[in-house]
Design a protein. Sequence first.
Length: 117
Amino acid sequence: MSEIYNHELNDKIRAAAKELGIDLKEGVYLQTTGPSYESPAEIRMFKTLGADAVGMSTVVEAIAANHAGMKICGISCVTNLAAGIADYKLTEEEVLEAGAAAAPRFKELLIKFIGEI
């Protein structure tokens, strides 16, 4: 688990994003079990632990794929500010709208990346 993500695949997704003008951010992703959003106190704790983004997916899938011997890279679409960061109450509608808005560019990135591998 010390090197779960394949460096070659990471480089290819970065290159695809650069070609498409997509500004990827990199950092530490922390997965919670869900299906619930985090509280402001949990977000403060996760930040203290070094998390840059928090969500309910990606990690267990990466662990399973790594266990199966697959070469993987991880990419997530962040759809909302964490609880306690925004000046307003977070809603599921906000998350769904942000996901729908990001979907065309995310799809474009994945198609470009898959073409490269």
